[in-house]
Design a binder for this molecule. Structure first.
Ligand SMILES: [Zn+2]
Length: 78
């Protein structure tokens, strides 16, 4: 299973609330500081709390953005 460290270089992580459709990009650097680099991405879901409707259990979307030196401009589209 992927860890936060695996994702931090080349991926963005988004949390999507299934109830109100709110999309939030997660700050991987802050998550690693809080949870540790070896924290499993699959365990994030139950920890996430929607800031809009206060529900837990948001979906996680992992989006490849490439290495930092040739990162494409990325826009999340619903
Ligand atoms: Zn919500």
């Amino acid at each position: 299973m992927q860890t936060l460290k695996d994702l931090s270089e080349q991926f963005y992580l988004y949390a999507i609330c299934e109830d109100c459709q709110r999309i939030e990009q997660l700050d991987l650097v802050a998550l690693i500081e809080e949870l540790g680099a070896d924290f499993k991405v699959g365990e994030l879901r139950s920890r996430l709390l929607c800031r809009s409707c206060r529900k837990r259990g948001q979906s996680i979307r992992i989006v490849y953005v490439g290495p930092p030196e040739r990162r494409a401009v990325f826009q999340y589209r619903r």
